[in-house]
Design a binder for this molecule. Structure first.
Ligand SMILES: [Zn+2]
Length: 406
């Protein structure tokens, strides 16, 4: 279990222990099954060689995690808009021509590819979740229901040719087979093509104290420095990088085989900051120490609310809600509201907390709402005020505990 996904040596060590947690996205329909959901150790490991790779402590079979998937960007206006902007950005910057093949790895319900149809019909999605691939294919977005591997990349190249653009948002960290993935995109991209990867960024996690983004489906936790070393090994050139506000600071990188593309200022700046701050050294170490302090603050607050006889329910049931709840305990949380119909009626794995339609807020009248989807704070507060007439206190747990009254 101490084998590094990146350099493949037996050289990793635990740096943060979050106890045990079930698979975060496997929402249960049955209360007993939810309470008895199988839990796995959840921790973060770091490679002790100069590779410095940061990864999850325990590997769970990807098939268990991704075959049926409830996360869909189309449920959030912010995310849908974000994906649409990637395609207009690609077109402006590099030009999408009618014959340009665009491939989306981890294409989910096809939201991104849908926004590229105005430029080209040569689009292909790849997603391992059967339910999502079906939704996308029903919308007319050609989607292969499969994991992305180097073998699949070769098959696609035979059938469709090389891609002008490969886009992969929130997927690259979802595989322990890092080297196979990079070899696959290298085989599939044309010489002048551009690969865009958006990924959960280690720098944001550390800056925001967002330990709740550690869960079993996130296999790797990347700094730009580590990514740069990885792609260099495959003779691929990261020429641009930026930190974008989605998911509270994702890292977007642009990669090409073309060495003539100059590295941007933004790319150099992020690397420089990481080195100055000693991101994968001291800064990461203090983050790990902070996590237990945050847990105590949250448990104390929930206990105080319970002693006052006040009611607290949650809002937003993303995977990170599962990490957070399983780490701090259920306490007095009874329900979590979420707009996704796929999630409603189900339970946060490992708990008896049921997910409800937010329309119920008007009836339940909780005194406090604990915001698990804290990265969408503004969108949710607007919704709570305008659509659900909520008046009360909102607990924002991360980056720093904050209570606001609306
Ligand atoms: Zn390593």
């Amino acid at each position: 279990m101490n084998r590094c996904f990146n350099c493949k040596k037996e050289s990793t060590e635990i740096i943060l222990d979050l106890g045990e947690s079930p698979i975060a996205n496997n929402l249960e329909t049955d209360l007993d099954e939810s309470k008895n959901a199988k839990k796995f150790p959840l921790s973060l490991r770091k490679c002790k060689t100069s590779c410095n790779h940061i990864q999850i402590g325990n590997i769970i079979d990807q098939k268990e995690i991704f075959s049926d998937y409830f996360y869909m960007p189309s449920f959030s206006k912010t995310l849908t808009k974000h994906l649409q902007e990637i395609s207009s950005d690609l077109n402006k910057r590099f030009g999408i021509e009618k014959e340009s093949l665009i491939i989306d790895i981890g294409s989910n319900d096809g939201t991104f590819l849908e926004s590229t149809r105005q430029y080209t019909n040569k689009i292909l999605g790849i997603d391992p979740a059967k339910n999502l691939a079906t939704i996308a294919n029903n919308k007319g977005i050609n989607t292969l229901n499969s994991f992305f591997t180097n073998d699949l990349a070769k098959e696609i190249r035979e059938k469709y040719g090389k891609a002008k653009f490969i886009v992969s948002t929130n997927t690259f960290a979802h595989t322990p087979e890092i080297n196979d993935f990079v070899q696959g995109v290298k085989n599939l991209i044309s010489n002048e093509g551009v690969i865009i990867i958006e990924i959960h960024y280690l720098g944001s996690m550390v800056n925001d104290n967002s330990f709740d983004t550690i869960y079993h489906e996130h296999f790797s936790y990347w700094s730009l420095e580590n990514l740069n070393n990885l792609f260099k090994r495959y003779d691929l050139n990261i020429f641009d990088a930026s930190i974008i506000p989605v998911h509270h600071g994702q890292l977007r990188i642009y990669i090409s085989k073309n060495k003539n593309l100059k590295k941007t200022k933004s790319f150099k700046k992020i690397l420089e900051i990481e080195k100055d701050e000693d991101l994968i050294g001291n800064k990461l170490n203090s983050f790990c120490k902070n996590v237990n302090k945050i847990k105590k603050e949250l448990v104390d607050l929930l206990e105080k609310i319970s002693n006052e006889g006040k009611k607290v329910n949650g809002y937003g049931a993303p995977a990170k809600a599962s990490t957070l709840i399983n780490f701090i305990g259920e306490n007095n949380l009874e329900y979590i509201y979420d707009r996704s119909e796929l999630k409603q009626g189900k339970f946060i794995p490992g708990t008896s907390i049921q997910i409800k339609n937010p329309d119920e807020i008007k009836k339940d009248k909780p005194d406090y709402i604990f915001l698990f989807a804290w990265n969408f704070t503004n969108e949710i507060i607007d919704d709570l005020k305008l659509n659900y007439n909520f008046k009360g206190k909102i607990i924002i747990p991360i980056p720093n505990l904050k209570i606001i009254t609306i």
